[in-house]
Write a protein that binds this ligand. Structure first.
Ligand code: AOF
Ligand code: ZN
Length: 363
């Protein structure tokens, strides 16, 4: 690894501290280096707070003069919730800037780099551009499409089932795969499940890892039939719960759930079920950048059918059930040519399980 790569890697590590904590802003990290020595580090910790560059400049103090800046995202050149980073970089006397990836946000895109160059500061895009891009993949999609990035997370047997024919499902995957799910919850803004999953598993949907941050818990429940004694309504937790139903909601049911501390959101109907595009638009408006869909089969089917899955993460446990429900009830096709297709991006052994990272192909 070149020295420049190792400094950019350090900036990426800084940015990773911010995953799931900056929405609707991206996670960004920055490092200042002088004569081969790191003199300042920083990350954007929350929307409205100092940008990564400002944090690193503050950390370096006078040492920033003549230093090289490694930042995972193009510095901004606009007065937003904070002053433009470009001006702060110039003022501090930074010698050169390495930009991990250009900012896809139209209010920034290209302008930060142009401004720095116009002020006589050499700018290079990279190193590790692909990694810096991957770091903000969900946010980039959110900025371009206006709806949250949707990750569907599935735990299934090798023969694609999520329970035995009697409904037993604990556990299909091992500890390591399940720990990964908690890490994912920590990094997304919201988790979505159907009422069926709440009834079958009675989950908490929290991020139970050290320093974990709980996502907003979203339950799809068209008729507000969820039992008020579900753990996620009764167990003490700082995690917020939103129940998405088809409007108009039955007032006494809605009141009962609100009394239990949940928020009830009335959504447009899609054949009697919650219109997922409507729900995602609602979530985007409240700054939800990434959501994790955790099931069950009808929910995965509905998201796939609507073309609303961006990334599919399937953990296959090393077991075969031979019967029981498949992980999705997406509409059956008669011909191979009509199949919903995915592109396999990566496969990895996680503990004893096989993790497949795939992207549905839309035409
Ligand atoms: C940077 N460094 O650390 C981040 C940047 O609302 P504001 O003023 O914080 O601006 C948010 C926009 O700035 C955000 O949409 C993205 O384009 C960029 N984020 N830029 O120079 C940072 N987080
Ligand atoms: Zn900035």
């Amino acid at each position: 690894m070149s020295a420049a790569e190792s400094f950019m890697r350090r900036a990426i590590e800084e940015a990773r501290k911010a995953l799931g904590r900056t929405s609707p802003n991206p996670p960004v990290g920055a490092v200042l280096v002088k004569e081969g020595r790191v003199v300042g580090v920083g990350h954007h910790a929350r929307a409205g707070g100092p940008h990564a560059e400002a944090a690193a400049l503050a950390d370096a103090g006078e040492e920033a003069r003549g230093a090289d800046l490694y930042v995972t995202l193009e510095p901004c050149d606009h007065q937003g919730r904070t002053p433009p980073c470009s001006a702060a970089i110039v003022r501090a006397g930074v010698a050169r800037v390495f930009v991990g990836t250009p900012d896809p946000n139209p209010i920034v895109s290209g302008r930060g780099i142009q401004r720095l160059e116009a002020e006589g500061i050499p700018v290079e895009v990279g190193p590790l551009e692909a990694e810096c891009e991957a770091l903000i993949e969900g946010w980039t999609s959110f900025i371009r499409s206006g709806r949250p990035w949707v990750i569907a997370k599935v735990a299934a047997t090798l023969d694609g089932r999520i329970a035995t024919r009697t409904g037993d499902s604990r556990w299909i995957t091992g500890d390591e795969a399940r720990a990964r799910v908690h890490r994912l919850r920590d990094e997304v803004d919201a988790v979505i499940v159907g009422r069926g999953t709440v009834e079958a598993d009675d989950p908490l949907l929290t991020a139970r890892i050290p320093g974990g941050r709980d996502p907003l818990r979203v339950i799809l429940d068209s008729g507000l039939g969820i039992a008020p004694d579900a753990k996620l309504l009764t167990a003490p937790s700082s995690a917020k719960t939103l129940i998405a139903c088809v409007g108009p909601a039955a007032p006494e049911r809605a009141d009962r759930l609100r009394a239990a501390g949940a928020e009830v959101v009335e959504c447009a109907s899609w054949g009697g079920r919650v219109d997922l595009a409507f729900l995602l638009a609602h979530l985007a408006a409240r700054g939800v950048v990434q959501v994790l869909v955790e099931g069950g089969a009808r929910v995965f089917g509905a998201f796939l059918e609507a073309g609303l899955v961006d990334r599919l993460l399937v953990h296959y446990g090393p077991v075969v059930f031979g019967g029981g429900p498949a992980w999705t009830d997406a509409p059956a096709v008669d011909r191979v040519a009509d199949a919903l297709r995915v592109r396999f991006e990566r496969a990895e052994l996680v503990g004893g399980d096989l993790l497949v990272d795939a992207r549905p192909i839309r035409d």
